[in-house]
Design a protein around this ligand. Structure first.
Ligand code: AMP
Length: 216
């Protein structure tokens, strides 16, 4: 099955996508991760996208849709895709329809993760990851068991995203409200939207996501 995880930045899309990958062998397609990789590798796309991302604004629809198209091309059709952070505009939603049709895929479900914005800002501003294995941590909610050492791989270097500061986060939220949330009615009209409470504990959110997929 192919699904979209929809929700403002920090709603937990990446966390839920990682769990779906583990449980169902699906593949996470995060345009944010792809763009960050392009920035790190200083590709032409990365160089163009960097300043826009640092401000919390949206990269062009053409760039992100081309990234998704290329990833799908490299995947077997039997592997389900989890779209994480894409589509983010009405144009991208239209482009995704065309891309899916081209690759012989169907959209099974759109899962909207609902959250409280102020709580989200607290979540995002404190988060960081292990620089070696990518395990996620948080200043308030999830510190490593031994300070300064990753629980998962023992690494001692950690990193924070440059756009995880309050001002940029507020811009990213505003972008979500203005451009991404309006894509929902399109999917609602197709009867494929499920809503889950993103403020619940992570395991409860996962259970709700699983239930939404089971009923799809
Ligand atoms: P994310 O990791 O999904 O929060 O994305 C980080 C940043 O990458 C966003 O604030 C945007 O600047 C850019 N980005 C990621 N996905 C998209 C997308 N689908 N459309 C436009 N910009 C995107």
């Amino acid at each position: 099955m192919n699904i979209i995880l929809l929700g403002p930045p920090g709603a937990g899309k990446g966390t839920q996508a990682a769990r779906l990958v583990e449980r169902h062998g699906m593949r996470q397609l995060s345009t944010g991760d792809m763009l960050r990789a392009a920035v790190a590798a200083q590709t032409p796309i990365g160089i163009e996208a960097k300043a826009v991302m640092d401000r919390g604004e949206l990269v062009s629809d053409e760039i992100v849709s081309a990234l998704i198209d290329a990833e799908l091309l490299a995947m077997g059709v039997d592997v389900g895709a989890i779209f994480d952070g894409y589509p983010r505009t009405a144009e991208q939603a239209e482009q995704l329809d065309a891309i899916l049709a081209k690759h012989g895929r169907k959209l099974g479900r759109v899962i909207e993760i609902e959250v409280d914005e102020d709580e989200l800002v607290r979540r995002i501003v404190g988060r960081y990851t292990c620089a070696t294995c990518g395990e996620g941590y948080h200043d308030q909610f999830k510190q490593p068991k031994t300070a300064g050492t990753c629980d998962k791989c023992g690494g001692t270097a950690f990193k924070r995203r440059k756009d995880d500061n309050e001002e940029t986060v507020r811009t990213r939220m505003a972008e979500y409200r203005a451009k991404t949330a309006p894509t929902l009615p399109l999917y609602e009209a197709r009867g494929i939207v499920s809503r889950v409470d993103g403020m619940a504990p992570i395991d409860a959110v996962s259970a709700a996501v699983e239930a939404a997929l089971a009923n799809a």
